[in-house]
Ligand binder design. Structure first.
Ligand code: ISJ
Length: 287
């Protein structure tokens, strides 16, 4: 006679397992918090403005994608870790997020809450310029500004030495159905060695700007353009990937502008961020 199949665990037993896991997760998060005091001293967080470290965060978010398996949606894992990381950044050195809501209040608020949670104060502004100004006046605050459209060339305010810079492009993990998909630049002051330089962002003033010039540049770089009403010029925010130390990537853009009939009146590096990273629907990541 064969043995009867083992009876499935009871609901009570399964809930006990869940309670044990919850306790471990909670204790591990508290242990993570215990590291912060030591980390502040090693990192000298207070000396450079924001404790946000864009290079480290971009790489941590990619690790999550690579490790993730099972039924829990990546949206959930990404959201949980954004809150963990942002809150741990906040407890090192408190900061606020200044968001430009002129591109759509609900999408911008979703992006701010998804990436920074509810503990980090959220301040809305009615222009990108105002959000950037608030950051310039602060010690370590962050601004969130649309990465794809603008009515004003807010990036001119990032040109000066010591001015805040573009330090990241969110979301870190792009995909078609991202819950906080609005493409935004994050602007702050961080230590130079914390920057990721894979994509450089340049503030460029050109004359001779028109649709043909824009088309000629489109395959080479992402551009936000604000045409100048006074003459045939424009203020551009140009994102160039694949930089080398001599800024050859930007030199290529300059040459392409000239070839297309425009001329460059000035250019200044106004930040850099990690290469955009796309999670395809089949789960394996690509950049
Ligand atoms: C803890 C740090 O500070 C911040 C918080 C991080 C975290 O909680 O893991 C990661 C990067 C920083 O933005 C760090 O620099 O490692």
């Amino acid at each position: 006679m064969s043995n009867p199949p083992p009876s499935p665990p009871s609901l009570q037993e399964l809930r006990k397992e869940i309670d044990a896991i919850d306790e471990q997760v909670h204790r591990l998060l508290m242990a993570r918090g215990d590291i912060i005091d030591r980390l502040i001293q090693v990192k000298k967080t207070q000396e450079v403005g924001s404790a946000f470290r864009p290079a480290r965060e971009a790489s941590m978010m990619r690790e999550l994608v690579q490790r993730h398996r099972g039924i829990l949606p990546l949206d959930t894992i990404e959201g949980i870790w954004r809150v963990i990381i942002s809150t741990f950044t906040y407890v090192q050195a408190p900061f606020a997020v200044h968001a430009d809501v002129s591109v759509g209040e609900s999408a911008m608020r979703d992006s701010a809450r998804f990436h920074f949670g509810f503990v980090v104060p959220y301040v809305s502004h009615f222009s990108a310029q105002a959000a950037v100004e608030a950051v310039a006046k602060s010690r370590g605050d962050l601004a969130l500004v649309s990465a794809i459209a603008s009515r004003t060339p807010w990036w001119n305010a990032l040109e000066a030495d010591g001015a805040p810079k573009i330090i990241a492009r969110l979301p870190f993990l792009e995909r078609a159905d991202h819950p906080a998909a609005l493409p935004v630049f994050l602007i702050s002051r961080v230590a130079d060695d914390a920057m990721v330089t894979e994509v450089q962002t340049w503030s460029v003033r050109v004359s001779g700007w028109n649709a043909d010039v824009a088309r000629a540049l489109a395959p080479l770089a992402e551009i936000v353009a604000v045409p100048d009403t006074a003459f045939d010029g424009a203020a551009l925010l140009v994102s160039v990937a694949g930089q080398d130390l001599e800024n050859k990537g930007f030199e290529k853009i300059k040459l392409a502008l000239i070839k297309a009939g425009a001329s460059v009146r000035s250019s200044a590096l106004v930040g850099s961020h990690a290469t955009r990273y796309t999670v395809p629907s089949n789960g394996s990541a690509r950049t």
